[in-house]
Design a protein around this ligand. Structure first.
Ligand code: SF4
Length: 458
């Protein structure tokens, strides 16, 4: 559990489950709690009330969320539930959380800070003397101080057949460009060295407001991916920081971002959730940009910016996937040279339209294809890591090494926190090479270790 420190204030327990988008919802609620003078508790027993921010995406996450709510009820008794699971219906059409745990005080869907705060006020009244001045301009962050997620929009206009996110989070709503850039600047000024841009579909930023022109710093800026990324890149340059883009669909206009990467304004790293490569499977999945020539586009990106690293996720064993379609996917993986690829064996999500598709594959086939996929993905990735041996790279330190004793952990531009690999730094032998978490350093890559690199400080 996460903890805010204020003396003699009512204490709220907070559990944050789910993806980075849920994490930013948690940060907004924690920021508001802190602004109003509430403290947080690390234990359920020490809290006056517990908030559980849930995930409802896959069945395991639903189970984990329901179990956590049960635990909080057993140990504390006063529980507010928020997040994606709050919007799920159970058998018979009622609210799933209320059906499973009728004694919860309130249930809301995702991005519902105000509703959650209203429920908190009802059950644990606001303290009299809010510590407003204690809240940093960038809000409360649950990530380490040197990196932060920046959510640029909520919801999604697509209707991928395996996904229920739009039914839980609604259609795309882009945040005003001025607000997004103000938050980014406050984060950099607060010491953030790496900003991770997230949304359900980063390429679609501004579509819902027809790329409306907003204002920031007294000048007009369009609510559009290219304009946003260019401004973020300038801000990052001023503060000597990194900007990393996640959930980018391969639409033609993404090509315009590549020069910014080649120039060094944003990291030459793209997280593109392809999910599959065969056009017929992509059609059955109802994927955005499924008509685009993804392989051609990717090769063009590599030409425009040879350093680019592409990470992606895929699904193996989608209903109706033939052996030939699966092999097409493996060929794509090899030709596209995806640097970091994750793969899930298809698993039906309750309420998703894909459940009604013909041709469901046995679990064993889905699992066997996932394993075959990962073997190819690892071979591609390992060969790419090997090629880095001998090169000098800039890294951001996540865990500081100490002289002559312990090694540290850092990441290069090729690795996003939590999902990609790391660089294990050998213990430095000179005092001049000591460093802190959040410092940038240069290392010489001297080897690999599984999905990670090994480096020595230069
Ligand atoms: S793009 Fe598809 S998978 Fe992603 S949130 Fe939207 S509907 Fe779901």
């Amino acid at each position: 559990m996460n903890e805010l420190n204020t003396m003699n204030a009512p204490r709220i327990g907070f559990v944050s489950l789910g993806c980075p988008k849920a994490l930013t919802d948690s940060e907004l609620i924690l920021t508001q709690l802190s602004a109003e003078g509430y403290a947080t508790s690390k234990t359920f027993q020490g809290a006056d009330l517990v908030i559980v921010n849930t995930c409802g995406f896959i069945d395991d996450a639903v189970r984990e969320s329901l179990d956590t709510i049960g635990e909080a009820l057993a140990e504390n008794g006063k529980v507010i539930v928020t997040g994606c699971l709050g919007n799920r219906t159970g058998d018979g059409g009622g609210n799933l959380v209320r059906q499973m745990h009728p004694s919860v005080l309130a249930v809301t869907g995702p991005h519902a800070t105000q509703e959650v705060m209203d429920a908190v006020h009802l059950h644990v009244p606001k303290p009299h003397d809010p510590f407003i001045d204690l809240v940093p301009a960038a809000g409360i962050k649950l990530t380490p101080k040197h990196y932060a997620y920046l959510k640029i929009s909520e919801g999604c206009n697509h209707r991928c057949s395996f996904c229920i996110i739009p039914s839980m989070r609604g259609d795309l709503v882009s945040r005003p460009i001025g607000d997004v850039l103000n938050e980014a600047r406050a984060l950099f000024e607060g010491g953030v060295k790496e900003l991770l841009v997230i949304s359900q579909d980063t390429s679609a930023y501004g579509v819902d407001v027809k790329y409306r022109t907003g204002f920031w710093d007294g000048k007009p800026v369009k609510t559009k991916m290219l304009d946003l990324v260019a401004q973020l890149g300038e801000l990052a340059k001023q503060h000597g920081a990194w900007v990393r883009l996640h959930y980018v669909y391969p639409y033609p206009h993404v090509d315009e971002i590549l020069p910014l990467m080649a120039e060094g304004l944003v990291l030459p790293y793209l997280d593109v959730p392809f999910q599959h490569a065969h056009p017929d499977v992509l059609k059955r999945m109802k994927r955005p940009a499924s008509g685009e020539r993804n392989l051609e586009r990717l090769l063009k990106w590599r030409e425009a910016c040879p350093d680019i690293v592409v990470r992606s996720t895929f699904i193996a064993g989608f209903p109706g996937e033939t052996e030939a379609e699966f092999e097409y996917l493996l060929d794509f993986l090899k030709e596209a040279q995806i640097d970091r690829a994750g793969c899930f064996a298809y698993s039906p999500v309750e309420g998703a339209p894909a459940n009604a598709l013909d041709g469901a594959l046995p679990d064993a086939v889905r699992e066997e294809r996932r394993a075959r996929f990962m073997a190819v993905a690892e071979a591609v990735s390992t060969a790419k890591l090997q090629r880095r041996i001998g090169s000098a790279m800039q890294v951001l330190v996540d865990s500081a090494p100490s002289m002559g004793k312990k090694g540290g952990v850092a990441r290069t531009y090729a690795d996003a926190p939590e999902i990609d690999g790391t660089v294990k730094i050998l213990p430095p032998t000179k005092a001049s090479k000591t460093m802190k978490v959040g410092d940038f350093a240069r290392v010489r890559i001297v080897g690999t270790s599984g999905h990670d690199l090994v480096g020595e400080l230069l």
